[in-house]
Design a protein around this ligand. Structure first.
Ligand code: GRF
Length: 223
């Protein structure tokens, strides 16, 4: 089996990166994490990737005159490592349409809300401020518009009365670590395809929708 050579792009702690690397350690997983790339040389995730035996690199966006110059360096590095697919995992830079165009249909992102609700930052604070009862996370293909693009998988969690942004974030993050590897597996194995704005063809009808009925429970497929 040839595995999809995948780069994970991070800016920070890299817990989703950890989950993806752990999944890819199984030789039957259809993606191989060949590179972890950060725009911040001091990102804590880089050391963790190195410890897991994955090649790492940093391209500091601050030294470039503009976004496109920064992205051309990224692109060169990705080509050098013969990368075929990208997973954004807490990568805190917006891409130009040029870069997104290079990776159209070949780049996933994870966002800590049930898109299209709460695009952008501070999703957990905003979910609490708006009083929603269900919150969650989304894995989606990247398009030029921020936090848009065909959705591969989502997980929903309850919002509890005594939640703080931190407790809610932790509940959502646990599900991020479940659905991101699953979504990558579906995409890398060719099990799903994009039609217009929809990702279809999951092997089971509800393979990509998860709901966590109470805070302590393990994620469960909707059936
Ligand atoms: C996650 O909440 C992810 O959804 C968002 O940024 C955070 C990154 O966390 N895009 P980590 O670096 O994967 O721990």
């Amino acid at each position: 089996m040839t595995r999809l050579r995948t780069a994970i792009l991070i800016s920070g702690r890299g817990s989703n990166m950890d989950a993806l690397i752990a999944a890819s350690k199984d030789p039957s997983f259809p993606a191989d994490v060949a590179l972890v790339l950060s725009n911040r040389p001091d990102a804590p995730g880089l050391a963790k990737a190195k410890a897991a035996g994955v090649a790492t690199a940093a391209v500091d966006h601050k030294i470039y005159a503009g976004r496109e110059e920064f992205e051309r360096s990224l692109q060169l590095l990705l080509e050098t490592y013969r990368i075929e697919f990208i997973c954004l995992a807490g990568f805190m830079r917006m891409f130009t349409p040029w870069f997104v165009g290079q990776w159209r249909g070949r780049m996933l992102n994870i966002h800590p809300s049930l898109l299209p609700a709460f695009r952008g930052l501070d999703t957990h604070e905003r979910a609490l401020a708006d009083g929603v009862k269900i919150h969650g996370c989304t894995v989606h293909f990247v398009v030029p518009e921020m936090d848009e693009g065909p959705i591969v998988a989502q997980a929903a969690v309850p919002v509890l009365d005594d939640d703080t942004p931190q407790t809610l974030a932790a509940r959502v993050l646990a599900q991020e670590h479940v659905i991101y590897p699953m979504a990558l597996q579906l995409v890398a194995s060719g099990a799903v395809r994009i039609e217009r704005n929809r990702v279809i063809g999951a092997l089971a009808p509800h393979e990509t929708a998860f709901i966590v009925p109470d805070a302590a429970a393990a994620p469960k497929r909707i059936s």
